[in-house]
Every structure is written in structure tokens, then in C-alpha cells.
Design a protein around this ligand. Structure first.
Ligand SMILES: Cc1ncc(C[n+]2csc(CCOP(=O)(O)OP(=O)(O)O)c2C)c(N)n1
Ligand SMILES: [Mg+2]
Length: 552
């Protein structure tokens, strides 16, 4: 039987194990939305903005360690999702974007909503596949899934002309290609082992390519066996338990000086499963680019990447879990006698840094009161999602995380992923507690996806830190242009009422004294909640106050 190309495409998604895809529908791909009806195993989630749909697909990729799927309409829809492509590219998330296109016989005339995706996404997609013939539809989609995951993961765009989707196709639906698992070469493994055994003060910086219960458990055992202190990289805090005695802190944006000073005494950096971006590396200073101050082993699943920005002593382009297995197979042997004390020293600084001494302010609740209350009520497998903004510095610093948790936020610092990622957590890995952190700025960028949460019954808890400002930018103004505040004040809705209008339960925290009780009530509520905190703008982060910055 001859099917439409859209049907073959849907069958190919099905063979790839896709059970949830995120979309905003468009007339440019009607046959594909229709084909989903014949594949009841695949849930097509309808979102409110293509940026939201894209963020959900990227969060799916992180949650499940497999490609997320985002289906959107041509031109305007594609432009709305551009932010998610940018995030997926920088954050190395495998996402397949299926995007509509004008009809083939009109291309080049400036047809309705036509655009050149190869040009537009040349900087934010690993690959743009323009499907030109319906006989090649399954091949194109299978290639997209493969390329999205291979080496450094990232987004792949598949361009689908409208007429092509309606057209007949005899193409055989294709399943996934087996993922190549790469291990370290024997000589590299031997060198790494030697370096790890000899170092007096090694330090592991662990990142988001360490994924899944088995890899993370092996990682913990590896750190214990080899007496390694472990720091986690920006917004990948769950890869090592913050309460473990080998925990050595978090390398979020502007990590505390006392921690960095201690870490910099390391004589061997092992950067494991992280690409080493600007935030985690404190602006390419730790490790320093291009030549790190310390000997460094860099393990990341692409040989191209391990020497691109840095000159590590040893760059290994392999799966980080395979590296761990190779080290554990040989064993730690005899380690320098001072290692335990070194681990303990970093751990004690880490514990100090995570221990918040409560402070108050006369211009609103200091957000630390809310975050420490959340810490007490957070499930050990909760998903925590986060927008960008200074409010995020509180959970980044004070919220404990274990390996069953997952922290999702764009390392590239985009506002907007918080609420959509929370929705994806409920749909891609259902049954978990979902805690979302957003500012008042970010809440009104993509917060409308709360409607999607309500529509699909996702019990998302959205904590809005409301300082009536694009506070981060206000802080930068105080630093660069003291006394000249502009374009950062915001007049906001009542966020608790905003949440209620969608159908969530609204809460408002207006004093620090009520933080604990309201957080407890919201966490106990069996359904979606919006918890607005009227926060201090002045106490913009755990380490910065705007009045102090301005006075300097
Ligand atoms: C999509 C996007 N637009 C703009 C920025 C620049 N930016 C970074 S933080 C910030 C303000 C965030 O405000 P809010 O969400 O209220 O958090 P706050 O900083 O006040 O805690 C802005 C505008 C960005 N990172 N991402
Ligand atoms: Mg704000």
C-alpha cells in the first residue's frame, strides 16, 4: 500500500521510539498532524508558543537522554522556535526539529512564509536537511536522529515542503541506527590512570553528559575508589550528590571566591562529560583558555571538541561512562597519602558555601528563605527547572541535589526554558515532583505554557521570584552605569491571580516568616501551583547587593 510521505514520516518517528513530540500546529504540515492520529503510541503535545515547544523538546532530550522532537510551522513558527535551537546548540541537546516549508514549485518566489533554513540556522543547527523528494523522507528523519546524538549532541532541522507531505511515498519507514559507543584508547586510558593515581590534589569537574542511574552510580563509586573531589558544572548540579563527602562545590556563574581559590590549588583537572563553557569556566579562566594553569584531562564524546578551545594534557573523545568503566577496571591502586585530606578540605568549604546564614531586607523577602524551605520539601527524584536571571543564583547555590534529581536550565543563559521544561518533565518523565524557578521577567516570556501544563494535567510548582524588575540587568547597570537606571523596572500582574486564571492554585509569600508554611502548603497541594514571592531587589543574589555595588 502506498502511504503519504507524512505517514511514512510518522511511522519512522514511531520506529525511533518517539512517544511524545511537542508542537504548535500549522497549515504547512497538516498531513503530519493528521498522521499522528494513526499512531496512538505517540502523544502530540500542543503548545502555546514555538519557543515553548522547542524548550520542551530540549528538556525531553536532557530528561531522557534521547532526541527530543519539536514539530512547528514554517517561517513565523520557525522564527519563534529559534531560541530553542540556540539553546540546544550551545547546551548540546539532541533535538530533531521538523519544520514546514512552502510548496516546492513555489520556492524562490518568496512564497507564503517561505524562508531559507539552511542560511537561517547555519549557526544554530548541526545540520539542516532539506527533504526534496518524498521517497527520501524516512532516510532524512533517520539521519536527523543519528546526527543529533552523535559526537557532540545538538539540534538538527528537517525541512518539510507542504506538497511533499501530501505526496505518495513508497519509502520504507526506518528505525534508529545503532548508537556507536566510544571508549578511550588503551594508551590514553593508561596515561589517564597514571595521572589520576599520581596526582596529590586532583579535582573532577562533572557535567551533563554523565547521564542515567547506572553511569551516575558508577561515577560516585569511581570518585570514592579514587579519592576524587567532585565539582559539578553550571546547571548540571544533579550529576553528583551535594551531600556526598566527596562533593567539592558547584561551578555556577561567578562561583564563590573561597571555593575557587581552594580549587585552583589542584594539580590535575579531570573535566568529565562537560564541554567547558564560559559560565562553568568563570569566563574561560578556570580552566584557563587556551592553556589551562593545571594539567587537564578532558573527556567529552567528540574528538573535535576536546582540543578546540583548550590544550589539555590529555583529550579523550569518548563516552564519559566508558572512561569511568575503563578507570575502574584497572582500579585506583595506591594513592598519595594526602588525598583524603584534600577531598575533605574542599568538601568543608563546599558545605560552608551551601550553608545559608539567613538575612533580611526592608525591600522584600530575601529569596534564600524560600529556597531553603523548598530544600526541606523537595523529593529525592524531583526535577528542578530554572530560567536565567539572578533569582536562579539562590537555588544554584543552596538547593541540595542528588543523582535521582535533575536540574534543567540553559547553560547558555537564556530566559524562558523554566516553565516549558517543567511541562516536559511532567510529560516525558511523568510522576515526579516538578519545581520551576522563574523571575517576573521570565515568567511573562514563556509562562503561558502553564496552559499546556493545565491541559495535560502536569502538577508543576512554579516559584516566581518577583522583584518588579529585570533585576540582573538592573544589577549590571549599577555596576557599569551607577545612578542611571533605565528600562529595567517592570509593572507586573498579580502572579498568584495569574496562576489562578489558568487553573493553578495561587500562593503569595510576602514576608519571610510565612515562607516555610506557604512552601509546605504548595508542595503538599495535589496539582499545579504558582507561588509568587515578593522578593528583595536589593538582595539580588547570595553574593551581591545592588546598593553596595552602586556605592563602590
Ligand atoms: C531571552 C533572553 N532575553 C534577555 C536576556 C538578558 N537578561 C538576562 S537576565 C535578564 C533579566 C531577568 O529578569 P527576571 O526574570 O525578572 O530575573 P531577575 O534577574 O530579576 O532575578 C535579562 C533581560 C536573556 N538572558 N535571555
Ligand atoms: Mg525580576
Amino acid at each position: 500500500m502506498t502511504n503519504t510521505a507524512a505517514h511514512v514520516l510518522a511511522a519512522t518517528l514511531d520506529l525511533h521510539g518517539v512517544d511524545v513530540a511537542y508542537c504548535v500546529p500549522g497549515e504547512s504540515y497538516l498531513p503530519l498532524t493528521d498522521a499522528f492520529i494513526d499512531f496512538p503510541n505517540m502523544q502530540l503535545v500542543v503548545c502555546r508558543h514555538e519557543g515553548g515547544a522547542g524548550f520542551m523538546a530540549a528538556a525531553h532530550a536532557r530528561l531522557r537522554n534521547e532526541p527530543g522532537v519539536c514539530i512547528i510551522s514554517r517561517g513565523p513558527g520557525a522564527m519563534n522556535t529559534a531560541i530553542a535551537l540556540h539553546v540546544a546548540y550551545h547546551d548540546a541537546e539532541p533535538v530533531v526539529f521538523l519544520i514546514g516549508q512552502a510548496e516546492r514549485d513555489e520556492l524562490g518566489r518568496g512564497a507564503l512564509q517561505e524562508m531559507n533554513y539552511s542560511k537561517t540556522f547555519s549557526d544554530t543547527a548541526k545540520l539542516v536537511i532539506e527533504v526534496i523528494d518524498q521517497s527520501r523522507i524516512s532516510e532524512a528523519v533517520a539521519r536527523a536522529f543519528h546526527v543529533a546524538q552523535a559526537g557532540t549532541p545538538g539540534p538538527v532541522v528537517v525541512v518539510l515542503p507542504e506538497d511533499l507531505l501530501y505526496g505518495p511515498s513508497d519509502a520504507e519507514p526506518l528505525g534508529p541506527r545503532k548508537k556507536a559507543i566510544t571508549g578511550p584508547a588503551a594508551s590514553d586510558a593508561a596515561q589517564a590512570l597514571d595521572m589520576l593515581r599520581k596526582a596529590e590534589k586532583p579535582l573532577v569537574i562533572a557535567g551533563g553528559r554523565l547521564h542515567g542511574a547506572e553511569a551516575l552510580a558508577d561515577f560516585t563509586t569511581f570518585a570514592e575508589e579514587f579519592q576524587l573531589p567532585v565539582a559539578t558544572s553550571q546547571r548540571r548540579f544533579h550529576v553528583f550528590d551535594s551531600r556526598h563527602p566527596n562533593a567539592a562545590g558547584r561551578l555556577f556563574n561567578r562561583a564563590p571566591k573561597e571555593l575557587l581559590d581552594a580549587m585552583q590549588k589542584t594539580d590535575l583537572l579531570l573535566v568529565l562529560g562537560e564541554r567547558i563553557g564560559p559560565s562553568m569556566s568563570q569566563g574561560f579562566t578556570f580552566p584557563r583558555a587556551p592553556k589551562p594553569d593545571q594539567p587537564m584531562i578532558h573527556v567529552w564524546p567528540s574528538t573535535e571538541e576536546v582540543g578546540r578551545n583548550f590544550q589539555p594534557e590529555l583529550g579523550i573523545g569518548c563516552d564519559p561512562h566508558e572512561f569511568i568503566k575503563a578507570m575502574r577496571a584497572e582500579g585506583a591502586g595506591e594513592l598519595p597519602s594526602g588525598r583524603a585530606a584534600w577531598v575533605q578540605r574542599l568538601n568543608s568549604i563546599h558545605k560552608e558555601v551551601m550553608n545559608w546564614t539567613p538575612v533580611s531586607s526592608n525591600d522584600g523577602v530575601v529569596f534564600g528563605h524560600v529556597v531553603t524551605a523548598i530544600d526541606k520539601h523537595m523529593a529525592n527524584d524531583a526535577v528542578v527547572t530554572c530560567d536565567a536571571g539572578n533569582f536562579s543564583s539562590w537555588p544554584s547555590r543552596f538547593l541540595n541535589m542528588g543523582q535521582k534529581n535533575m536540574f534543567i536550565g540553559a547553560t547558555v543563559g537564556a530566559m524562558g526554558p523554566g516553565v516549558p521544561s517543567g511541562v516536559a518533565a511532567g510529560l516525558s518523565t511523568p510522576g515526579r515532583q516538578i519545581i520551576v524557578f522563574v523571575g517576573d521577567g521570565g515568567a511573562l516570556m514563556t509562562g503561558n505554557e502553564l496552559a499546556t501544563a493545565i491541559q495535560y494535567g502536569v502538577p508543576i510548582k512554579i516559584f516566581v521570584s518577583n522583584n518588579n524588575a529585570y533585576g540582573t540587568i538592573r544589577m549590571h547597570q549599577a555596576r557599569s552605569f551607577p545612578g542611571r537606571k533605565t528600562a529595567t523596572d517592570l509593572v507586573n500582574p498579580d502572579f498568584a491571580a495569574w496562576g489562578e486564571a489558568f487553573g493553578a492554585k495561587g500562593f503569595k509569600i510576602e514576608t519571610e516568616a510565612e515562607a516555610e508554611e506557604i512552601v509546605s502548603a504548595a508542595m503538599a497541594h495535589d496539582g499545579p501551583c504558582v507561588i509568587e514571592t515578593r522578593v528583595s531587589l536589593n538582595h539580588i543574589s547570595p553574593s551581591a547587593r545592588i546598593d553596595e555595588i552602586e556605592a563602590r
